[in-house]
Design a protein around this ligand. Structure first.
Ligand code: SIN
Ligand code: MN
Length: 303
């Protein structure tokens, strides 16, 4: 029987389960075969406590205080009259957040799940502030990245929680297993946001379970680029900031070089590099390649 979406069981269900199999990657990023199988089946896995309190504090402060991040904040309108502040950059450099993206634990996890060497594709701060910060409509990341020239859906995103993120402050929601539907047509929702064809979402919601990625600071949820995901506005009085690091498989390098997301070798660093660097900001020369506008491919208008 198909899972009832939005029903009492689905509504209560979250992916906060403390499955010991999900806790093994804390220091090395090496994943178990069960974790890889869960990713292939469900389209996501959660790694609890991948970053410890000191590392999260460095990442959070860098997002708050680094002038490069502050100067590149953009507002991305949602379809409900609100917006989220975001900052986007394409390269993983020597800042503490660049080192996090290059750390053994993150790269090893991405490589285990994508099945080969990866490079850094994009990072993003989603700074959902308290009291109404922006919703994200149902979308697949590959609905965007296809247009960057990636032939295969061999990309994934790692969302690092900088604050507690839960249903009250607009955590990420998934349709479990929806990555198996392949790339689905997107339509324009706002000038800065495309979303999955609503008829497809409705049909998928009848068949697939909705899960909520509730995370504590330092937890990481990793999800496949074709997984349907969305999030509500943050109507709580608690901020919800997350840092999302995305990787592409090296052999899936973009077929065009227009969007600054083509293959650049990723220099891996040991996990200890974050603490060794301390509160290291981006260089003034924009080695991280911060962008000045969100990337939104042209697709058809919503009906
Ligand atoms: C995203 O899908 O890129 C961001 C979603 C969120 O921050 O809730
Ligand atoms: Mn997304």
């Amino acid at each position: 029987m198909p899972a009832t979406i939005g029903g009492p069981t689905a509504a209560k269900k979250s992916i906060v389960r403390r499955n010991p199999a999900m806790n093994t990657a804390q220091t090395t990023g090496a994943l178990t075969p069960e974790q890889v199988a869960a990713f292939e089946r469900d389209g996501y896995i959660v790694l609890r406590g991948l970053f410890d309190a000191e590392e999260v504090d460095l990442l959070r402060r860098a997002m708050e205080e680094d002038p490069s991040v502050r100067d590149h904040m953009l507002v991305r309108a949602d379809g409900e009259g609100g917006g989220t502040r975001i900052a986007l950059w394409n390269r993983a450099g020597d800042s503490v957040y660049g080192l996090a993206a290059r750390s053994d634990r993150m790269v090893a996890a991405a490589e285990a799940l994508l099945g080969g060497p990866v490079y850094h594709f994009q990072s993003k701060l989603t700074a959902k502030d308290a009291g109404g910060g922006g919703a994200w409509e149902w979308h697949q990341d590959y609905g965007y990245w296809y247009y960057n020239g990636c032939l295969y859906p061999r990309l994934l995103s790692c969302m690092i929680a900088l604050d507690r993120t839960d249903r009250e402050n607009g955590c990420l929601q998934f349709l479990k297993g929806s990555h198996q539907l392949g790339r689905v047509e997107h339509v324009q929702i706002t000038k800065e946001q495309n979303g999955i064809d609503p008829a497809r979402v409705a049909a998928a919601e009848q068949r697939l379970e909705r899960v909520y990625a509730e995370l504590d600071p330092g937890d990481v949820v990793i999800f496949h680029c074709n997984l349907f995901h969305r999030s509500d506005q943050n109507r709580s009085d608690r901020r919800r900031w997350t840092l999302i690091v995305c990787y592409n498989r090296v052999d899936n390098d973009t077929i065009t070089k227009d969007d600054d997301r083509y293959y650049v070798p990723l220099e891996r660093v040991p996990d200890g590099a974050l603490k060794a660097a301390g509160l290291k900001f981006a260089d003034a020369g924009n080695a991280e390649h911060f962008t000045s506008k969100p990337y939104v491919p042209k697709v058809g208008a919503a009906e």
